[in-house]
Every structure is written in structure tokens, then in C-alpha cells.
Design a binder for this molecule. Structure first.
Ligand code: 3PG
Length: 421
């Protein structure tokens, strides 16, 4: 691995109290209030199991939901119960985060015991830094109530939350300032997979970018085309449609209105700028699907504009993209090609995802919708690597430094320096 962070292999856990920061932020069923998906929990299990098996006293911290995602801002007791069920190992839950109930329980843990504290986003210092209302330096994070109260009861900090590694908050960054700190198994795995795509992709390297998160797609395109790591970008979804608008192609009122209503008009100029420089590297759709009288119909670009919403890419675009995918040695995927949740507009995503899963190149897929689509089409297991992260992954591939990776790197430098003293 290129990064200098320490891993689980660098420490001994017998009798040590380990603060383990997970990212088990999960969709919650609005009706039942129960976890609707436990993918992130399952992916975190190897590290939890390993720390407990090595005699660690494990104190788990995590966030769930936020003030904007309010119906998801719930206690972590269902998460603790699910971990216990999946591991076949008891997990205590304390309805406290940084107060005396939490610290009292922490200092009484036995070797191999697992403790889950409550949602760190109930703490104002965690939320104000997460939403960037307050910006704290790492040294200031180390002085927050959470870190001040818990760190004296712990020996080590392990971060398993790669999918939140772009957030600079006390629970993610603060402990690494005052405790020896390592990345967990999943953290290191995701960082390595994405580092390979970003720093050493085997060429040809193809980015398949769709979905509605145009800001993400554009920041990645700019970076990976600029540094030469991408040889081709296959656009679809709203990103593909904006590319066509930048070429002067009218789409029709419903699709143009959707782009306008989402505030995406400024991306038309940005698309033009990219096409001026990388015209041979950016592919955009040559045909689309619409739903007409309850039927899927396909239309070529020459039939645009249409007064119906474009909901998917068409057969010719799918075939052209599959040809590029089959000749790639690295494929990165983020964002579905159409409204994949509905059968009549799922064809583009289903066929591209299957082609990527079967392609000889190494594929990496990430982002909530993309992974959910891979699961829906039964190809998740056949993808090269499936990331749990969305925002963190996009920022990493856009060339940004992630706050938590930087914090773990600093902790590693301090730890190694102390050992050679
Ligand atoms: C996620 O769900 O992408 C991570 O848990 C980060 O969550 P956040 O965007 O609410 O910080």
C-alpha cells in the first residue's frame, strides 16, 4: 500500500481497550424503524471479530443519520443487536456516548468484550463539525468532550470508517491525535482498491459515470482525465444528458426541465469545457429509452427533442459502451445508466452492470445506488471490488486528501518516531 498508515498487524490487543470507529450508517425502514440493509455492518465484522479474538476490549463508536436525514437519526441499539446476531458474540449497548455511563462501562470491560456506545451524531460537537458549521483543527478535535472523556480509558484507536473518511469530526479524527491509531481491515482494503484505480490503473482504464449526482461525476472526470488515469469516460444518466446539451442537442422539455429544476444548468458549460479538451475520451449516448403508453420505446438522437422524459440509454449506446468495457483492463463504475428501480428503464444499467461483471478487466464499483443496482441484478459477487463508500470514494478519486487518512498518517509518523527514540 502507498499510504503509510498503520494496520491491525502493527499492534497487540490482548487486554487493550480499543476505540473502534465504524461506519455502519444504514438505511432504516420508515415503518418498522429497523435496519433496511446491513451491508456495512457485515463488511465491518472481520475487524470486530479479530479485535475480540485477540483479547481486545472493544468500544464501538459510529454515527447513524444526521439532522437533514432526520428519520435515520436513531439509536445504535439495532446495530449492536445485528452485530451480536451475525457474530454469535454478545454486544453490550450503553445509551451514552461521552458521559459517565460510557466511561464507567469502558473501564470495566473484560478481554474480548464488545461494547457499543450510542450515535455520535447526538453530540453537538460532532454535528457542528460534520456540517462544517465549525471548523476545528485536529489538535482542537483532540480537546473536544468526546475525545477528552473517552481517550484516557483507551489504549488504541482503530478506524474502520473509510466511507466517512472525508469527514473531519472528533470521533473520526480526534482520537488519532492522542492514541496510537490504525486502519481496520475494511478501511485498508478500500483505500488500497481505490489507490490502485487512482494511482496505478492498468490501461485502458474506463470510467462508467451515470446517475443524478452530476457534481460527483464532473469532479471525477476533471481529475481523472486531467491526470491521464482515465482513457475513456462512458457517460449516461443526467451526466450523459448534460453532455448532449453541451453539444447543442436539444433533449425535450421534460428532461431539460428536470436538469434545470435540479440546478444543473451550470454543468452544461463545464461539459463544454471538458469536451473541448477531451472530445475523443468522453462518450455520450447516441440513443435513449422513453416510456410511451406504458411501453419502453427507444429513439435515436436524430428523433430528439421529445416531449417525454428520457429514462434510460438505448440499445446502440449499450452495445457501444459494452465494446469499450470489454477492452478495458480497469473499470470504475459510479452512477446507474437510467431509472434502474423500474423494469422498463432498467435495461441500460442491467446490461452494463452484467457486462462489467463479466469483463476481463478489474472492476471497482461504489456509491449507494450503483451497489444497490449490482445487488438487484445479482452481479455484486462478480465485481472486482465493491466499495461501501460513496462521498469519500468520489473525493478520493477526485484527488482530494481525506481527513481521516491524513490523521492516520500523522499518527503513524508519531508512533514510529516514538518507537525509534
Ligand atoms: C455515508 O453514508 O455515506 C457515510 O456514512 C457518511 O455519511 P455522511 O455523508 O452523513 O457523513
Amino acid at each position: 500500500m502507498d499510504t503509510e498508515i498503520l494496520t491491525l498487524d502493527d499492534f497487540d490487543y490482548q487486554g487493550k481497550t480499543v476505540i473502534l470507529r465504524l461506519d455502519i450508517n444504514s438505511p432504516i425502514d420508515r415503518q418498522t424503524g429497523q435496519l433496511a440493509d446491513d451491508n456495512r455492518i457485515r463488511k465491518s465484522l472481520p475487524t470486530i471479530r479479530e479485535l475480540a479474538a485477540c483479547g481486545g476490549r472493544v468500544v464501538m463508536l459510529a454515527h447513524q443519520g444526521d439532522t437533514e436525514d432526520y428519520h435515520n437519526l436513531i439509536d445504535l441499539s439495532p446495530h449492536a443487536a445485528r452485530i451480536a446476531e451475525l457474530l454469535g458474540h454478545s454486544v453490550s449497548f450503553v445509551d451514552d456516548i461521552a458521559g459517565p455511563a460510557a466511561t464507567g462501562r469502558m473501564s470495566n470491560l473484560r478481554n474480548g468484550e464488545l461494547l457499543m456506545l450510542n450515535n455520535v451524531r447526538y453530540l453537538v460537537e460532532e454535528v457542528s463539525t460534520f456540517i462544517n458549521y465549525v471548523k476545528l483543527t485536529p489538535e482542537e478535535m483532540a480537546k473536544t468532550r468526546l475525545v477528552r472523556n473517552l481517550a484516557p480509558h483507551a489504549d488504541l484507536y482503530v478506524c474502520e470508517a473509510f466511507s466517512a473518511a472525508h469527514r473531519s469530526t472528533p470521533s473520526l479524527v480526534g482520537f488519532a491525535e492522542v492514541l496510537p491509531a490504525a486502519g481496520g481491515r475494511l478501511f485498508v482494503e478500500e483505500l488500497s482498491a481505490l489507490t490502485q484505480v487512482r494511482e496505478r490503473p492498468e490501461h485502458p482504464c474506463v470510467y462508467v459515470l451515470g446517475g443524478a449526482r452530476i457534481a460527483d461525476a464532473f469532479s471525477m472526470m476533471k481529475s481523472v482525465l486531467g491526470n491521464g488515469s482515465a482513457d475513456k469516460v462512458l457517460t449516461s444518466g443526467l451526466t450523459g444528458e448534460v453532455m448532449l446539451l453541451a453539444c447543442g442537442q436539444q433533449l425535450g422539455v421534460p428532461s431539460e426541465k428536470l436538469i434545470h429544476d435540479k440546478g444543473l444548468d451550470p454543468y452544461i458549460d463545464k461539459a463544454q469545457d471538458l469536451l473541448n479538451v477531451y472530445a475523443d475520451k468522453i462518450l455520450y449516448p447516441s440513443d435513449f429509452a422513453i416510456i410511451d403508453e406504458d411501453q419502453r420505446k427507444e429513439i435515436g438522437r436524430d428523433k430528439l427533442p421529445v416531449d417525454t422524459l428520457l429514462v434510460d440509454i438505448g440499445a446502440k449506446t449499450i452495445a457501444d459502451y459494452i465494446e469499450v468495457i470489454n477492452s478495458a483492463r480497469t473499470i470504475f463504475v459510479n452512477g446507474p445508466a437510467g431509472i434502474y428501480e423500474q423494469p422498463m428503464s432498467a435495461e441500460g444499467t442491467r446490461r452494463l452492470w452484467n457486462a462489467i461483471a463479466d469483463a476481463p478487466g478489474y472492476s471497482v464499483i461504489g456509491g449507494g445506488d450503483s451497489v444497490a443496482a449490482a445487488r438487484r441484478f445479482g452481479v455484486q459477487e462478480r465485481m472486482g471490488y465493491v466499495c461501501t463508500s460513496g462521498g469519500g470514494m468520489v473525493r478520493f478519486l477526485s484527488g482530494q486528501k481525506l481527513s481521516v487518512v491524513e490523521a492516520l498518517e500523522r499518527a503513524s509518523v508519531r508512533y514510529r518516531a516514538r518507537r525509534t527514540e
